[in-house]
Design a protein around this ligand. Structure first.
Ligand SMILES: *[C@@H]1O[C@H](CO)[C@@H](O)[C@H](O)[C@H]1NC(C)=O
Ligand SMILES: *[C@@H]1O[C@H](CO)[C@@H](O)[C@H](O)[C@H]1NC(C)=O
Ligand SMILES: *[C@@H]1O[C@H](CO)[C@@H](O)[C@H](O)[C@H]1NC(C)=O
Length: 209
């Protein structure tokens, strides 16, 4: 069977739709050298507009404690449309950056110190997990659920994450499932467990676990 004009139009439409989906999922292409607030003359920009001093340095937390300092376009406006953002993660011994995903960004995690067990799950429910040491990088693809965990009972760990969006978004698995108000009977049937188990899972806990 040959390729008909109809098939070509379908293919072209599908390609265009895929293309526009990709563009919408990323920061818009820049129209200026860098983002400037409305009504401000770009010529007045100084190095301070390119600088963010609020991320802090590696500060080992106590056991079980996980501390994030994140910077996005919300607190560093020049990132707007710049397709990048960052976060500094400090992991106390035994702490976890619990299961979550970033709907608008892929992530590169660079381990600064200590060791981290990391994992990501793809759309076939396959887990890719490993242990990282200082100087090593792991890639978390856009939208896929992932975690990091500090397996040491004595040592802290730290990592720097960079994101492919100025506003990566964060969906924490536990609160989105159990603190969002999804009716208990839906959760009971979704997970095939009892109402008691669901109410235990709905019990308040620390936000990143
Ligand atoms: C630079 O930063 C200052 C202080 O936040 C702000 O008032 C000013 O509008 C910024 N200028 C540009 C050109 O982004
Ligand atoms: C940046 O802004 C976000 C959103 O308001 C906030 O959660 C975060 O703590 C801020 N980051 C820093 C380093 O202040
Ligand atoms: C990776 O996952 C497997 C299967 O659950 C587990 O046995 C293993 O300990 C994990 N490895 C790391 C480094 O987390």
């Amino acid at each position: 069977m040959g390729i008909t004009p109809g098939m070509l139009i379908l293919l072209a439409t599908a390609t265009l739709m895929l293309g526009s989906y990709k563009v919408l999922a990323l920061d818009p292409p820049p129209l200026e050298d860098f983002h400037v607030p409305t009504g401000i003359d770009p010529k007045t920009a100084t190095a301070e507009n390119f600088t963010f001093r609020g991320l802090g340095v590696v500060t080992p937390p106590v056991a079980g404690e996980f501390v994030i300092a994140a910077v996005s376009f919300e607190n560093f406006s020049i990132l707007k449309g710049g397709s990048v953002s960052a976060a500094l993660f400090n992991y106390g011994p035994g702490s976890v950056n619990g299961l979550h995903n970033h709907p608008r960004a892929s992530e590169l995690l660079y381990v600064l110190s200590g060791r981290l067990d990391v994992g990501v799950v793809d759309t076939t429910n396959k887990l890719f997990n490993t242990t990282l040491g200082a100087g090593e990088i792991f890639f978390f693809p856009q939208g896929l659920p992932h975690y990091q965990s500090n397996p040491s009972t004595t040592d802290a760990a730290a990592a720097l994450a960079s994101f492919s969006s100025s506003n990566p978004g964060l969906v924490l698995a536990a609160p989105s499932l159990f603190r969002s108000g999804i009716p208990t009977d839906v959760l009971v049937k979704t997970f095939g467990v009892s109402e008691i188990t669901i109410s235990q899972l709905k019990t308040p806990y620390r936000p990143h676990f």
